[in-house]
Design a protein around this ligand. Structure first.
Ligand SMILES: Cc1cc2nc3c(=O)[nH]c(=O)nc-3n(C[C@H](O)[C@H](O)[C@H](O)COP(=O)(O)O)c2cc1C
Length: 349
């Protein structure tokens, strides 16, 4: 009902309305199925089930509690940049309803580090693990410094930090995935994190990658990530390609494509990264998860946790519960007692 009503509004207006309702507790809470088969963890963070909310839905950390109320086991806020920015001119978000997909070129519209920091600082104790996804301002002369600023500002307030080097909507951002640039970025961030941890166990640092990397760049990225000691990869962001999208309305709008047409591409990439990293890094699988079978395929490709965004737009507030119920049944049917037992079984064959 709510989902259908929101579909009648322009996409960004609908998104604003959904956040507003979530903030005010107007969206009914959903209790996800609880099953020992679904219990998992990534980077030492324990989860009752694998399904979290991907970055970009709650960029400004205004609706965290309502989002946990939808049943997500973890929530990632952001992308946050040091200074507030307005993002690209509207329209910048397009629904491809028939394909269960979105194209967006939001461009890191966000309230900026100080505002998000202030919100997180006064937040009631969390219902689950919280991640901060951080980035650089558009046109930043020293992007590495932007990431370090955000890491320092948010480190104490969250359970993990994800580096977004993969948004297609900030010119030059994706270049940070090249061997030399990523090495420099990770060197600076790991040093900053060590200082912040002050001798205690450091909080996990993950890198969120683009699905559009060339094979050589994927190998280099995996090498640098392992050598620098990041804890995990989020695989991945939206694609600038248009797989499975027939010519038609919005197909040629510039921006990142998410949802069903991204599923195969992102799942194959997940499998490649599982092999490239020898299963040593935590992998969060994201991209086109709309039903339990999609979630299961990502686990079998190598994911230990999962995230979604687009499915929430098309399937509504009960989507987490539905996917988990189906995933649990699929694990049971194949005789897996724990999700971890199914991790990577397709990637290694
Ligand atoms: C409107 C929109 C905004 C997004 N904003 C961000 C963002 O700020 N940072 C980020 O890392 N990913 C962002 N994403 C990407 C999602 O986190 C996710 O990686 C991608 O949508 C693929 O997952 P899905 O197919 O389940 O939507 C955004 C996606 C959409 C649709």
């Amino acid at each position: 009902m709510l989902t259908r009503a929101l579909q009648l509004l322009p996409p960004e207006t609908a998104h604003g309305a959904a956040l507003w309702a979530l903030r005010r507790g107007l969206v009914p809470m959903v209790t996800p199925p609880s099953s020992p088969r679904l219990v998992t963890s990534f980077c030492g963070i324990d989860l009752a089930h694998p399904l979290g909310l991907a970055a970009g839905f709650d960029k400004n950390a205004t609706a965290i509690s309502g989002l946990f109320g939808l049943g997500f086991s973890f929530v990632e806020v952001g992308t946050v940049t040091p200074r507030p920015q307005a993002g690209n001119p509207r329209p910048r978000l397009f629904r491809l309803r028939q394909q269960q997909a979105l194209i967006n070129r939001m461009g890191f519209n966000n309230d900026g580090l100080e505002a998000v920091r202030a919100r997180l600082a006064v937040r009631a104790p969390g219902r689950g693990p919280l991640g901060a996804n951080i980035g650089a301002n558009r046109g930043a002369t020293d992007p590495v410094a932007d990431y370090v600023l955000c890491l320092r500002g948010l480190y104490e307030l969250v359970d993990y930090v994800a580096l977004n080097v993969s948004s297609p909507n900030t010119p030059g951002l994706r270049d940070l995935q090249s061997r030399a640039r990523l090495d420099e970025l990770l060197g600076a961030l790991i040093a900053a994190r060590t200082a912040l941890a002050g001798g205690s166990r450091a909080k996990p640092l993950l890198v969120k990658i683009a699905p559009d990397l060339a094979p050589d760049d994927e190998a280099a990225l995996a090498e640098v990530a392992l050598a620098r000691g990041v804890d995990g990869l989020i695989v991945g962001n939206t694609t600038i390609e248009r797989p499975e999208i027939v010519p038609g309305r919005y197909r040629d709008e510039p921006g990142g494509l998410s949802g069903a047409p991204l599923f195969l591409k992102s799942t194959e990439q997940l499998g490649r990264f599982y092999r490239l990293t020898g299963g040593k890094l935590a992998l969060i699988g994201v991209g086109g998860i709309l039903r339990g079978a999609d979630a299961y395929a990502k686990v079998r490709a190598g994911a230990s946790a999962l995230q979604l965004y687009t499915a929430l737009i098309y399937r509504g507030p009960r989507v987490v519960s539905r996917i988990l119920g189906e995933l649990d049944r699929l694990l049971e049917l194949d005789g897996y007692a724990r999700l971890g037992d199914a991790r990577g079984v397709d990637a290694t064959t």
